[in-house]
Each structure stands twice: as C-alpha cells, then as structure tokens.
Design a protein around this ligand. Structure first.
Ligand code: AN7
Length: 347
C-alpha cells in the first residue's frame, strides 16, 4: 500500500492514543541521500548520508512530532492548540491543526523567524502572535497558559511530539540496513536529539554516537549555562534555555557523543557547500550539523575513516529565502542580446 504517514506505518510502536483516526499529511519516509562529494570536502574517508527532512509536508522534521501531538490532542478532546516557535513548529502545528479543524495560536519572536515559515503559518490559518522577546520567553508563556486553560500545548515538552520524532531513527536504520557510526544534527530546544536517541535505543541495535551542534551565540548546552539573549542568523536554533536540556545531555553521554558550537560563518559555509556539491538545499540551521561534523573532524574529535555518518537536514532551504538571497552573488545584468550572453558566458 502507498505511504500513509507515520502513525499508519509505525503507530504500533508509538505511545500515543489510537482512539481516533490519525491526523496526517503523509509525513515521514524522507530520503537518505548519499553525499560523496560533500564527504570528500568535509570528512574524507567516510560514507556520508543526508536525511533530508525538508521534504516533509510542511518542509521540516516537525511534521513527525506534529502528526502525533495533534492526533493525541484530538483524542483528548482539545478544541485548540498553542505553541511557541522559532518558525518550523508553528508552520507544522498550523497545518495539522487546520487538518483537524482545531484553533491554533502560535507565539513567535518578533522579526526573528524566516519568511517562508511565517508565510506558511499564516496560509494555514493560525493566529500569529509576535512577542517582544525570545523563543524562551514564548515557551514560558505557553506553558503557563496550557496549565490554566484546556488549550493543548504542542511544543516538544509534549511527550507525543517525541513519540513521532523518534521514527526518524527507525527510518535511518531501515534505509542503511543498520545504524550509522555517527548521527549529526543541529540542537535548539533539544527535542530532536532526545527523540532520535529514544528511537535508536528502542530498536535494540547498536546506537550511533550523537554529534550535536549549537550556534555559537545560542549554545547553552555546550557552555553549560543558559543564554539570556541568544543570537544567531540560524534563527531556527536561536534558543537559550532548551526544554529538553537534561535529556540531551544524557543522550550525548550515553551515546559517547559530542556537542560543539559552530559560528554563523561556519554554518553558512556548510549551508552553501551542501547545496553546491550535492544539489541539496537546506535551511541555515540544518547545516549546523554538517558544520559541526566538519569542525569535529578538523579537530580530531571525529575520525571519519571508514565510518558511516548521517547528517540530519532538518528543514528545507526555501523556508528562509532571505538568507539564500543575502548569501548569493548578485546576478549579472545584460541586454536581451545573444552576443552579450556569449560574452558573459565566455563561450
Ligand atoms: C530547522 O520551530 O524550535 O533541538 O520552534 O526548526 O528539536 O529544537 C525549531 C527547531 C533544528 C532544532 N533545525 O531542533 C521551532 C524550533 C530546524 C529547526 C531545530 C529546529 P530541536
């Protein structure tokens, strides 16, 4: 049968309510793409794969957790859902809430979310509230409102979210016919790294070592201290006080993993490189995992030789057109004339 989404495929291993039909956009089943040219450039000697989560229905990995969280909310009789978001969670919550006929309210840090995420959230009909504060302020507010009202909180503090997101670990294992040696990914609120670890452990195979990357201006886990004013151009991971902090630390420790900070320059270098060498366009935050791999290899913290390494590209490049255009060379302008074209092409 054709692919019908995560709950249809993996539901028997997901600890969520099964009393209502799944709310699904047929998310998951994303490709694992070999990236030999990129491997050569950043981690020579390894087999590198890209788990392209940008191909989920709303363009990010958040759809995995959201099919579970919205299905659970419907089963519990919720009429409305709320989240704080750096952008992708809001787009995903808005889409799945629309599909379930629920009211959806999202809190975003004013001016700090990528245009494609805002556009999609509005298109899906969510009520968007921009706050004069960070994601962390927003998360505190939505946690409080969810305690006082029957509105269902769909941030990754909601356990159903991790039940959905852990399925990515199972897909990677199916696609590789085994587990990788390392799994690299960006870390923001630390829901995804916690979910991958849960998924890998539940399978019973040897789990990979986890390599987490935080943006240098928003690196609370790396620094071991909350960041009150997180900064980075990789706005998706502009988070100073991750909700799943301790779980991420445990996962890193249990997996003999490593977490490091990467500068915006390193993130954007990796962002350009993966698109140019492999034709895979991800959003800047997603490239943090690759930037982390490159840095860890250069520092001798990861030995790539003979290893299978998976980097999770968490969101699509089209989410953040401003970053793409800012990073681009200005197009060459010519008259509509063949001679002029041949001159600029040097042919
Ligand atoms: C592309 O949308 O937190 O460590 O509110 O959008 O599980 O938080 C997004 C996070 C990585 C970090 N890559 O994942 C939100 C939000 C992308 C993201 C992360 C996010 P977590």
């Amino acid at each position: 049968m054709s692919w019908q989404g995560l709950i249809a495929h993996f539901g028997d291993r997901m600890d969520i309510a099964k009393t209502v039909p799944p709310v699904t956009l047929h998310e998951g089943n994303t490709p694992l793409i070999p990236a030999p040219r990129l491997a050569q450039a950043i981690a020579p000697g390894c087999e590198l794969y890209l788990k392209y989560e940008g191909l989920n229905p709303t363009g990010s990995f958040k759809d995995r957790g959201m099919t579970a969280a919205i299905t659970q909310a419907v089963a519990e009789g919720a009429q409305a859902v709320i989240c704080a978001s750096t952008g992708n969670t809001s787009a995903s919550a808005a889409a799945y809430a629309a599909r379930a006929g629920l009211r959806c309210v999202v809190l975003i840090p004013d001016g700090k979310i990528a245009l494609g995420k805002l556009a999609a959230t509005i298109a899906y009909g969510a009520e968007v509230v921009a706050i004069d504060g960070s994601f962390d302020d927003g998360l505190r507010m939505v946690r409080e409102i969810a305690e006082r009202t029957p509105i269902s909180l769909v941030n990754s503090v909601n356990p159903a979210r991790l039940q959905g997101q852990k399925t990515a670990a199972w897909e990677v294992t199916e696609q590789l016919a085994g587990t990788p040696d390392w799994l690299c990914l960006p870390v923001g609120n630390a829901g995804n790294i916690s979910a991958y670890w849960m998924g890998f452990k539940e399978q019973g195979h040897k789990p990979p070592r986890l390599l987490g990357a935080q943006a240098a201006g928003s690196a609370p886990i790396v620094n071991g201290a909350r960041v009150d004013k997180p900064e980075t151009l990789a706005t998706a991971i502009r988070i100073g006080n991750p909700a799943r902090w301790q779980q991420a630390v445990d996962a890193l420790q249990e997996s003999c993993g490593h977490i490091l900070a990467v500068t915006d320059e390193e993130i954007f270098d990796a962002y350009r490189l993966v698109a140019k060498t492999e034709g895979v366009f991800c959003e800047p935050s997603s490239a943090a995992g690759l930037a982390g791999l490159r840095k860890a290899v250069a520092a001798g913290e990861v030995n790539p030789e003979g290893k299978r390494i998976v980097s999770v590209l968490t969101g699509h490049g089209l989410k953040d057109p401003d970053s793409a255009v800012r990073e681009a060379a200005v197009p060459t302008r010519i008259p509509a004339d063949l001679d002029a074209l041949m001159r600029v092409m040097n042919v």
